[in-house]
Design a protein around this ligand. Structure first.
Ligand code: NAD
Length: 411
């Protein structure tokens, strides 16, 4: 199944519930602009290589396009198109004044030096700078890209258009970024998990959590949930996975990963398990925070967790989602669960535009408020319409974009 087919299933379900006309469905599903660019760079060895980059600007009915820039070998137009649409619904679910976009370059960042990645990033800006800007389209980090690359984007964009820190978010704190942005996605995942547990009448202390992925999102989610007295009973990354029914000490996990190049391999204090065993382990909450497409029809029946929090984008595919709906497993969808990152990006953009800094406490307070309100709206809608949280989140997001489209005028 193509990536766009999967997101279309969720869109169609919400559009049916909202009774949207066929013409409005076509309008909302069609990307406004899709760009493919050639990125030739010289490797450190002097060899000339050519990469291909994409930017899909899906919808700007509610505000400037907003979405990450991904460096990954499997980047292609269909995948970027699907992720761009996901951003449109995500910014609408949390009701921040943005549309949706996504970009990417098909390359393996691990096979490039830092200097080569800088050349790729600056050439990508050379090829696309007329398409973005603080009021037009605002990129951010995604898989394979980081804060330093966002600094290069701001710097390169400035060579064409002058000083404009709000042209990109997720920048280093020392270079027009904000404290609290880096932790925001994981913090949001943790905070929303607690909200869901509360709504389900489940006791929070002692809740057993299995976590796949121990990068930016996974580490911050683990910290937040550990502070709330949940037990992280399984944890894994690309290198290995471990199980401890008593729960891991998260500070030890963090120390180990920090001393080990970010990897969990070699961890003491738990039994080594496979990645498949992690997804199937006995726990109350499963948090896939690594890759998309890790839970499919092939392994969904093995998943024992009654609650799944989609910290990654599209970790549960649409067939697995249907199986979970049928058997009553609750899935908190990506367009809500991991929306903390784009919400804090909005705070960064606002502060850049005001040349003002809020401080970490205000960032956390505002983040918790916005995610909390979005959660309540999704939850109420799912209860009143008797639909899954995913369908409710899509109804909220798609409905808001449809309304803005009508208000803005379509012709
Ligand atoms: P990251 O690169 O910091 O960490 C990814 C983690 O996943 C690493 O621990 C890596 O070892 C692990 N991993 C990779 N392949 C794996 C595999 N096959 N099995 C198990 N683990 C594997 O990335 P991140 O920023 O933490 O993002 C994680 C996910 O969350 C991605 O899907 C990303 O698109 C999504 N997301 C991130 C943000 C953000 O602000 N960082 C926002 C929204 C969504």
């Amino acid at each position: 199944m193509r990536a766009t087919d999967a997101t279309r299933i969720y869109f169609d379900r919400a559009a049916d519930e909202l009774d949207l006309s066929p013409s409005m469905r076509t309008l909302l599903q069609t990307a406004k602009r899709e760009v493919r660019v050639k990125i030739p760079i010289e490797r450190d060895s002097g060899e000339l290589v050519t990469f291909v980059g994409y930017r899909v600007q899906h919808n700007d009915a509610r505000g400037p396009f907003k979405g990450g820039l991904r460096y990954h070998p499997q980047v292609d137009l269909d995948h970027i198109r699907a992720l761009a649409a996901l951003m449109t619904w995500k910014t609408a679910v949390v009701d921040i004044p943005y549309g949706g976009a996504k970009g990417g370059v098909a390359l393996d960042p691990a096979s490039c030096s830092t200097r080569e990645l800088e050349r790729v990033t600056r050439r990508f800006v050379d090829a696309t700078h007329d398409l973005f800007g603080p009021d037009v389209d605002i990129p951010a980090p995604d898989m394979g890209t980081n804060a330093d690359m966002m600094a290069w984007i701001m710097n390169q964009y400035g060579k064409y258009h002058g000083f404009a820190p709000a042209c990109v978010t997720g920048k280093p704190v020392e270079y027009h970024g904000i404290p609290g942005r880096e932790e925001a996605t994981g913090r949001g995942v943790g905070a929303l998990t607690l909200k869901l547990l509360g709504r389900l009448g489940r006791r929070i202390p002692g809740t057993r959590v299995a976590l796949q992925g121990f990068g930016n999102v996974g580490t911050h989610a683990a910290k937040y949930l550990h502070d709330a007295e949940c037990r992280i009973v399984a944890v894994g990354d690309a290198s290995s996975a471990f199980h401890n029914p008593e729960g891991f000490d998260v500070l030890t996990l963090l120390r180990h990963a920090r001393a080990n190049g970010g990897r969990l391999a070699g961890l003491d204090g738990g039994d080594a398990i496979t990645g498949a065993e992690l997804l199937a382990c006995d726990c109350d909450v499963l948090i896939p925070a690594a890759l998309g497409g890790v839970i499919t029809a092939a392994n969904a029946n093995a998943v024992r967790a009654p609650i799944i929090i989609e910290a990654a984008n599209e970790p549960v595919d649409s067939e697995a989602d249907a199986l979970f709906s049928a058997r009553g497993t609750i899935v908190l969808p990506d367009i809500l669960a991991n929306a903390g990152g784009v919400t804090a990006s909005w705070f960064e953009w606002v502060q850049n535009r005001q040349h003002y800094q809020w401080g970490i406490n205000r960032v956390r307070q505002e983040l918790d408020r916005i995610l909390g309100e979005a959660f309540e709206q999704v939850w109420q809608l799912s209860q009143s319409r008797q639909v899954s949280p995913r369908t409710a989140a899509y109804m909220l997001g798609v409905g808001r974009v449809a309304r803005a489209t009508v208000l803005g005028g379509v012709a």
